[in-house]
Design a protein around this ligand. Sequence first.
Ligand code: ADP
Length: 209
Amino acid sequence: MELSNRQEQIIEIVKENGPITGEKIADHLSLTRATLRPDLAILTMAGFLDARPRVGYFYTGKTGSELLTEKIKKYKVHEFQHVPVVVKENVSVYDAISTMFLEDVGTIFVIDEHSCITGVLSRKDLLRASIGQQDLSAVPVHIIMTRMPNITVCRKEDLLIEVANQLINKQIDGIPVVKDTEKGMEVVGRITKTTITKVFVELVTDDQV
Ligand code: ADP
């Protein structure tokens, strides 16, 4: 987050004089308390300053990058998950390939009649199945998919940074977001490498750290 000159000045004043009231900060800058209110609110919300009632403002001592790290570490899966693209187990490899093109995704999740996960299809899984001579419309996806229990899943309350780590460690492109039900793990979303890339870009365009 870019701080304005005035916000930088406020931080310096609080660093040297804290705890200090808003009134006193205003005096240092020869401004009114009301003029400073939005800046103080931004600095407090962003975590540079801490405000204690009847005491005043403190400098938290945290740098912009420390605050950014803290913020990223709090991101939860449900804030960023996308709609999953799924097929049933008996769908043909041919139809799964069509789905992959039509839905413009790189990973498809395979589900049973309860919408619970049974497998994953990646681009290479489908490509591998296409190399042979077999009739792709006669081969059901459950023959070629990566199947449970070897599927890496996440849940909506999980931390995004942990899911990003899984994408790297397991060398996969996507992870289904599941909800536990008595029938199994219902697929409710997906986190992919694209999700993480978007978050990365948003961090730069988003002003509010
Ligand atoms: P690609 O095969 O296109 O490079 P991935 O790297 O995502 O795509 O997939 C590599 C292998 O890992 C594939 O066989 C795929 O079925 C499997 N896979 C993909 N996602 C998962 C997952 N969430 N859990 C377990 N296996 C997965």
